[in-house]
Design a protein around this ligand. Structure first.
Ligand code: SF4
Ligand code: SF4
Length: 381
């Protein structure tokens, strides 16, 4: 491998894109669409959200023009990379009846993606989905085909939204693993460049093919200060969080949050680690053709937990409790890691602004007061 750190200018970034396209990658990166920053096909640096930033609160997301021409000056938007690695809907196989029954299996024609602008919390989220889809007893071949060929160009965060809490989950704001290249965007004294950390042989050979220069000590320090300067104000206390949630199935806070929750499932759809899905068949009426599809589902849907004769989570309270307890507690038991990377999407995109950090804090405080008063508190007491 060549140098671990080099510098690219904007033209160099464009040449990186050109080189990736030449090598057959399908470039996916952040772009502005319908007043949000979404992940879509990009081809040039101009397709990226140049000069845009965002403001996020509970249940609120706004784009606004920033006062400079930075390319990656925003926090994560509504989409995550799971929509490419684990697409919202996919045909698993199809079968045609001819003279003799013949099954035509869909071959996984996964695209060779190059993901541009992957944040540290998102790399952690991908690693979590890797555990789910690749490292258990059954390997998901659909996911595997997409994941193995994906190239990751990370971006170290220079801006956190008020809903980010990656510091609490130890998932950001600086990428530490899981990338081929990691960019830090620096604007200082009229210059605008990207410091590139090389994370793999594949990344190193790419860098060798594009114009770059050696990094100076001053530039290296300036890049390190970018992530160090990010202020993350939201906190989730993870102390014994699994034990806390296991002890509090009957905490009255679940009733309070259920009164606000619309069970719309937004939080699960925007979450980069949620993986619930459903599989169903469609058959042509004449019986000559059948297909099996998989699409995202959500534990907030009543049908999701339907078991011969009824749903086992019929109340909104039981569905919210299941989601949060799984995310922060039983996920650790199941996969050895939290199911939450602190990206804050579920807070921003919840139509009523329910905040997983506030809910967890309220349960902790309720538990304390229950211990002090020796009994159950009524909601809002
Ligand atoms: S917590 Fe918010 S986003 Fe999630 S299901 Fe309830 S209302 Fe919808
Ligand atoms: S639970 Fe919320 S904050 Fe945590 S990873 Fe999912 S969307 Fe992000």
């Amino acid at each position: 491998m060549g140098a671990d750190r080099v510098v690219l200018d904007l033209e160099g970034l464009q040449q990186l894109f050109d080189r990736l396209v030449k090598q057959g990658y399908d470039l996916v990166g952040p772009t502005v669409r319908e007043e949000a920053i979404v992940y879509d096909h990009v081809r040039t640096v101009a397709d990226l959200p140049v000069g845009w930033t965002d403001e996020q609160e509970g249940g609120s997301y706004r784009l606004k023009k920033s006062d400079d021409e930075r390319v990656f000056n925003y926090a994560v938007g509504p989409q995550s990379w799971k929509r490419f690695l684990f697409p919202p809907i996919v045909r698993l196989w199809q079968a045609d009846r001819k003279k003799n029954t013949e099954t035509v299996k869909d071959m996984h024609q996964a695209k060779r993606y190059a993901f541009i602008g992957v944040r540290s919390c998102e790399i952690h989220a991908i690693a979590i989905q890797d555990k789910v889809f690749l490292k258990g007893e059954y390997v998901d071949s659909e996911y595997k085909a997409r994941r193995e060929s994906a190239l990751i160009v990370a971006v170290n965060c220079s801006h956190a939204s008020s809903n980010c809490f990656c510091a609490s989950m130890q998932t950001g704001p600086k990428a530490t693993f899981g990338y081929d290249l990691a960019l830090t965007e620096v604007t200082a004294n009229g210059s605008h460049y990207f410091l590139v950390d090389v994370g793999s042989e594949r990344g190193a050979s790419l860098v060798d093919l594009i114009p770059h220069r050696t990094v100076t000590e001053v530039e290296s320090r300036a890049a390190d200060q970018v992530s160090e300067a990010v202020r993350i104000s939201k906190v989730l206390d993870t102390t014994d969080i699994k034990g806390l949630l296991y002890r509090n199935y009957e905490n009255p806070r679940w009733i309070e949050v259920a009164n606000r929750c619309l069970t719309c499932g937004n939080c699960t759809l925007v979450c980069p680690t949620c993986f619930c899905n459903t599989v169903y068949e469609v058959t042509e009426l004449a019986g000559r053709h059948a297909e099996r599809w998989r699409r995202w589902d959500s534990c907030f849907n009543v049908e999701f937990s339907y078991i011969h004769g009824g749903s086992i989570r019929s109340s909104p309270m039981s569905r919210y409790r299941q989601w949060m307890t799984h995310k922060l507690g039983t996920w650790i038991h199941q996969f050895g890691t939290s199911g939450c990377v602190g990206c804050g999407r579920c807070i921003t995109w919840c139509p009523v602004g329910i905040d997983i950090t506030e809910e967890s804090r309220a349960i902790r405080e309720n538990e304390k007061s229950m211990v002090q008063t020796g009994g159950m508190q009524v909601p809002n007491a």
